[in-house]
Design a protein around this ligand. Structure first.
Ligand SMILES: CCCCCCCC/C=C\CCCCCCCC(=O)N[C@@H](COP(=O)(O)O)[C@H](O)/C=C/CCCCCCCCCCCCC
Length: 247
C-alpha cells in the first residue's frame, strides 16, 4: 500500500511536487487532447478532490460530491452490470444534495459544519437506522467515504499491475480488504458478479485517456494521492466524533 510519505504528499517540500504533478497532468496539452470528448475525465476528479479541502482544513461537500458525480460517469461507461452500483451512488449523492439545497443548506457547506449541525439537532442516530426517516447526511456521506477506501486500494493495485493482471480480481481483492465487511451477503454476491465484467486493464486505461505505460503510473498515483488526502482527513473527522460505525 502507499507509504506514509506517499499518502500525504502535501507535507513540506512534497506539497510543491504534488501540486506540480497535478498541474502538469491537467495542463498537459497532449493528455487533455486525448481526453477530449470523453464523458468521464479523470482530470475533473483531480480538480474536484484537489479543491474540496479548504485552506483551513475543512472538507467542502459540494466539491466532494462533484468528484463522486464524475465517478458515476465512469461506472456508467462500464455498462449495465455496474448499474446497481451507479444507482446506489446516485441515491447517496441525491440524499446529500437534498440537504445541501434545503432550508439548512448553509450548515452543509462542509463535513465539519454538517456534523456539528446534525449532532446539535439530534439528527444522527447512533443505534439504528429508522426505516421511516431520511438517513442523516453524516450516515450517508460515511457510506461514500468507505467506498473511497476501496477506490484508493483499487487504484494502488492497478498502479502496480501489469498487462497480465486481471482487473476484476484487483477489484475483488480491494473490495475484500475494504468494503465487503460493511455489506450484506447479497450485496457481496452482486459485487462479485460485477467484478467479473470488469474490462481488461488496457480498456480501463483507455477510459482514463492513458495510452502509454509510464503515463498510467503517473495518472493513477496522482489521482490516488488526491483522493487519499480527502479520505484521511474525512476519516480523522469521523473518528474524532465516534461516528465511524453509524448504522
Ligand atoms: C480506473 C479507476 C477510475 C476511478 C473511477 C472509480 C469509480 C467508482 C468508485 C467507487 C464505486 C463504489 C461506490 C459504491 C457506493 C457504495 C455505498 C454503500 O456501501 N452502500 C451500501 C450501504 O448503504 P446502506 O444500505 O447502509 O444505506 C449498500 O447497502 C450497497 C448497495 C450496493 C452497491 C455496493 C457495491 C459496492 C461495490 C464496490 C466496488 C465498486 C466497483 C466499481 C467499479 C468501477
Amino acid at each position: 500500500m502507499w507509504s506514509k510519505k506517499e499518502r500525504d504528499p502535501e507535507e513540506g517540500k512534497d506539497k510543491e511536487m504534488m501540486t506540480a504533478k497535478v498541474v502538469a497532468l491537467v495542463q498537459n496539452v497532449e493528455y487533455t487532447r486525448q481526453c477530449e470528448g470523453m464523458e468521464f475525465q479523470i482530470t475533473r476528479v483531480l480538480a474536484a478532490f484537489r479543491s474540496c479541502i479548504s485552506e483551513d482544513g475543512q472538507i467542502l461537500l459540494k466539491e466532494y460530491l462533484s468528484g463522486w458525480k464524475e465517478f458515476i460517469k465512469f461506472m456508467d461507461s462500464l455498462g449495465m452490470v455496474f448499474g446497481f452500483i451507479s444507482q446506489e451512488t446516485t441515491t447517496k449523492i441525491n440524499i446529500m444534495n437534498v440537504y445541501l439545497a434545503g432550508s439548512s443548506g448553509a450548515e452543509y457547506h462542509t463535513l465539519q459544519s454538517m456534523i456539528k449541525h446534525e449532532l446539535d439537532h439530534g439528527l444522527v442516530n447512533f443505534k439504528e437506522l429508522p426505516r421511516d426517516q431520511v438517513p442523516s447526511g453524516c450516515r450517508t456521506l460515511l457510506r461514500l467515504h468507505r467506498a473511497l477506501k476501496w477506490l484508493e486500494m483499487f487504484l494502488y493495485k492497478l498502479s502496480i499491475s501489469t498487462s497480465q493482471d486481471n482487473t476484476g480480481k484487483l477489484c475483488a481483492l480491494a473490495y475484500e480488504e475494504t468494503l465487503a465487511h460493511h455489506h450484506s451477503w447479497f450485496v457481496r454476491q452482486a459485487a462479485a458478479l460485477a467484478f467479473l465484467a470488469m474490462p481488461p486493464r488496457r480498456e480501463l486505461l483507455q477510459i482514463l485517456c492513458v495510452h502509454k505505460e509510464e503515463e498510467a503510473q503517473f495518472v493513477l498515483s496522482t489521482t490516488a494521492k488526491s483522493i487519499i488526502r480527502v479520505y484521511d482527513l474525512t476519516q480523522r473527522v469521523y473518528e474524532a466524533h465516534g461516528m465511524l460505525e453509524l448504522p
